[in-house]
Design a protein. Structure first.
Length: 127
């Protein structure tokens, strides 16, 4: 079942579609339509998102828990031999966050070698 679009809805769609700060979800909610319906109608009308907005929306994501300065400090503490949990307590984050930070910085070294090294360090044996 296809419902027809009123002139008002088309006017709003033409005004808002592809504009900064107006997501497809927001426009669909304003018009009380599904995102799929709004996207289809926009295509019929020849509307599109500008390349600039498409590129900028690719960077949307979660903000990092640690600033770049804190990440550097955490990596230095890891290199000095502090445990993930001790560092996590200092920065008030989960120890998995610190482990992920360590794995990002040590991509060149295979995981099995890192684990073996970590076990030796925890056991207190020399390298």
């Amino acid at each position: 079942m296809t419902t027809s679009w009123s002139e008002r809805e088309v006017r709003i769609l033409r005004r808002d579609y592809g504009k900064r700060g107006r997501s497809l979800r927001t426009i669909a909610a304003t018009l009380n339509r599904t995102r799929n319906a709004v996207s289809s109608k926009a295509t019929q009308l020849g509307l599109s998102w500008s390349l600039e907005l498409r590129v900028s929306s690719a960077n949307v994501g979660r903000r990092p828990k640690l600033s770049s300065y804190q990440q550097t400090e955490a990596r230095e503490r890891l290199a000095a031999g502090e445990s993930y949990r001790a560092i996590a307590r200092i920065f008030d984050v989960h120890h998995g966050t610190i482990a992920r930070l360590a794995s990002i910085g040590a991509e060149a070294e295979p995981v099995s070698r890192r684990r073996a090294l970590h076990r030796r360090l925890r056991a207190g044996s020399p390298l």
